[in-house]
Design a protein around this ligand. Structure first.
Ligand SMILES: [Zn+2]
Length: 74
């Protein structure tokens, strides 16, 4: 019974390490600031990074502005 408890704790620690490591890789910038603000490349609007649209050419506030901006440059 004692070993079962120990096993459970070890599994919990491994799971916790895995979880914290993964979130650190995915949201390295958002760890320090809960809401990282980014700027739309087309209109200059500031918006939270999780609401922004990430395209190959940059960050936009929406699909429309990505299309407009990419069309204007190509
Ligand atoms: Zn925009």
């Amino acid at each position: 019974m004692k070993y079962l408890l120990l096993f459970g704790i070890i599994m919990g620690v491994i799971w916790w390490l895995k979880l914290s490591r993964r979130s650190g890789d995915d949201q390295q910038a958002t760890l320090d600031e809960p809401q990282t603000m980014v700027r739309c490349l087309h209109c200059g609007l500031h918006l939270p990074s999780d609401e922004a649209l990430l395209a190959q050419t940059g960050i936009y506030c929406g699909k429309e502005h990505r299309d407009l901006h990419e069309r204007g440059h190509v």
